[in-house]
Design a protein around this ligand. Structure first.
Ligand code: GRF
Length: 200
């Protein structure tokens, strides 16, 4: 099936290795003409972020965000690329209100736990999985949620559950959850883009 309109213009904000970005790029590529979104910009608060290198390798605009707290500058960058949908993928900075307001309903994040539990300030990376294991949870997973002005608080869009296995370490659980992220995020973004394309 061919997507009905030009693909929705997607920006990915990342601070780290960019494995979620890569999963998104690869999934949309695999959809071919059926893709409802295309990554037109990758931006990072860190010049050495692996995500920027992955973008450059695919000839996608890759930009360093000089001041992540400067909402006007970030909005200008996004407007310069006519961005319609924003995906945070391991982006460790709060998004300024100017951007969360302008792109309200069209800015999402992936969190490596089953929100509303195990989220909020400081709950990222290894700490999330340590807390899940320490709490004796039998399940964890990945959550895609809307982004507002606080960490991990927006409406939940999609989740994928994974088991917590006996003897799991934060590292083994993180790897299992990351696999769920790589499945969930690209498909959720495709669905969001399809919904946007039909509502435009
Ligand atoms: C991962 O820890 C993931 O759980 C969370 O942020 C990190 C992103 O990793 N969403 P990557 O940069 O996408 O590889």
């Amino acid at each position: 099936m061919t997507a009905p309109t030009p693909p929705v213009r997607l920006a990915v904000l990342a601070s780290g290795a960019g494995s979620n970005l890569q999963a998104i790029i690869d999934h949309l590529d695999a959809l071919g003409a059926a893709r409802a979104a295309e990554v037109v910009l990758v931006a990072s608060n860190r010049a050495d972020a692996g995500a920027l290198a992955r973008a450059r390798a695919r000839r996608i605009a890759a930009t360093v965000i000089a001041d992540p707290a400067d909402g006007r500058a970030l909005a200008r960058l996004l407007d310069a690329h006519r961005v319609e949908l924003i995906a945070l993928a391991g982006y460790l900075k709060l998004v300024p209100h100017e951007v969360t307001e302008r792109w309200s309903g069209r800015i999402v994040n992936i969190h490596p736990a089953l929100l509303p539990g195990f989220g909020g300030p400081g709950m990222y990376g290894r700490r999330v999985h340590e807390a899940v294991i320490a709490a004796g949870q039998r399940e964890s997973g990945a959550t895609v949620h809307q982004v507002d002005d606080a960490y991990d608080r927006g409406a939940i869009v999609a989740q994928e559950r994974v088991p917590v296995e006996p003897g799991d370490t934060p590292e083994s659980l993180a790897a299992r959850v990351l696999g769920a992220e790589h499945r969930l995020y690209p498909r959720t973004l495709q669905a969001l883009a399809l919904a946007l394309a039909t509502s435009n």
